[in-house]
Design a protein around this ligand. Structure first.
Ligand SMILES: [Zn+2]
Length: 364
């Protein structure tokens, strides 16, 4: 009953989607030609396959190489703007009505742009994408999540950049990259600054590293959401039994309904989960955690929101109600104000009600 077509028409929310992980292969080819960057192939379909293969390879070196290519073509104002614009259009075509896209400004400075230039260029692209989508009859809201790289020492500077642009499209702050060895406690002051400014934070945690990393993200980092958090299950004993026992941090995350930005296909590629059927997202949902469904890197994982949701239905037995609940959880944890979240929730409920009517009509 939950056909691919039905899922593609549902209103979606994505909170964890990397701007540098969602480029169109043809765009990479065209931008690479302009800036003189060499690619593994200049055939769009071959390049699409190359990205997925490299990300699937199990080799961290090859996985990281994929980002060398996408980031290389996002060093100019026009490159950033085009990628941002097309990303919004692709998300809108996938039925996404609200998106937060994250990216690391510090990785886009090799051709002379300033940090502020990069934020401006991305915002221009987002604004253009939203306007073009509206012309095509699709409504989408998009916010920027500004990311600092864990291994670099620019967290303070990037947090200041996020704050300076908080009323100009930037809705939150994130740290990404090597989780092991670069914990939030490296620069405790940055979290105090953001917290004092009442500015939203999400932190990649519990993907490459375990429970302590999640605890630090939530307690020291004051993260209101967790990027991935898939390894939170390590703090639950008897996970598959009728009476699982939650450890301190798992209980804290559930009691406070701290949303988990889970990315099923991406988690398989990094080895954080064994299969879609065995992915902890289903068990965490059963245990009443605030689970959300996300894409992470659409290009490297060869995915879309429709595909992630379809996989959960076909391989993990998710129902339309499950998809609706996860979408509402995402809407309620979006980095927008309460009244805007409420309106987004209403939009989602209306979309699901319409889908249910359509399903009934086909069955009658
Ligand atoms: Zn991520």
């Amino acid at each position: 009953m939950t056909s691919d077509l039905l899922i593609s028409s549902l209103p979606k929310v994505v909170l964890h989607d990397h701007l540098d992980g969602g480029l169109r292969p043809q765009t990479i080819i065209e931008l690479a030609a302009e800036v003189g960057h060499e690619l593994p192939t200049t055939d769009a379909e071959e390049l699409r396959a190359w990205f997925v293969d490299a990300a699937d390879s199990g080799s961290l070196v090859r996985y990281l190489e994929t980002f060398d290519h996408t980031i290389a073509v996002m060093q100019t104002r026009e490159g950033l703007r085009r990628v941002a614009r097309e990303s919004v259009l692709d998300l809108a075509a996938d039925g996404v009505v609200y998106a937060e896209q994250r990216w690391a400004p510090e990785q886009h400075l090799t051709q002379g742009l300033s940090l502020q230039d990069t934020v401006d260029a991305v915002q221009e692209g987002f604004d253009e994408g939203v306007a073009l989508a509206a012309e095509q009859g699709r409504t989408i809201q998009v916010g920027q999540l500004v990311t600092a790289m864990r291994h670099a020492d620019r967290w303070d500077e990037i947090a200041e950049l996020a704050l300076a642009n908080r009323d100009r499209g930037v809705v939150g702050f994130d740290i990404a990259g090597a989780e092991d060895g670069f914990p939030p406690s490296r620069f405790p002051g940055v979290w105090r600054t953001l917290n004092d400014a009442s500015f939203p934070v999400t932190i990649h945690a519990g993907e490459a590293s375990g429970v302590e990393s999640i605890a630090e993200a939530v307690h020291l980092g004051q993260a209101s959401r967790i990027g991935h958090g898939v390894r939170l299950v390590e703090d639950i004993t008897g996970l598959e039994t009728d009476a699982p026992v939650l450890g301190r941090i798992a209980a804290w995350v559930r009691d406070n309904q701290i949303p988990l930005e889970l990315c099923p296909s991406s988690n398989l590629q990094t080895g954080a989960a064994a299969s879609i059927a065995a992915h902890p997202i289903s068990r965490l949902r059963d245990l009443d955690f605030a689970v959300t469904i996300n894409t992470d890197n659409r290009l490297m994982s060869g995915t879309t929101m429709t595909k992630e949701m379809t996989l959960l239905v076909s391989e993990a037995g998710w129902t339309l109600d499950d998809l609706r609940d996860a979408t509402l959880a995402a809407a309620w944890s979006a980095f927008i104000h309460h009244d805007a979240r409420h309106a987004l929730g209403e939009q989602i409920l209306a979309g699901y009600a319409q889908a249910e009517l359509a399903t009934q009509a086909t069955q009658a």
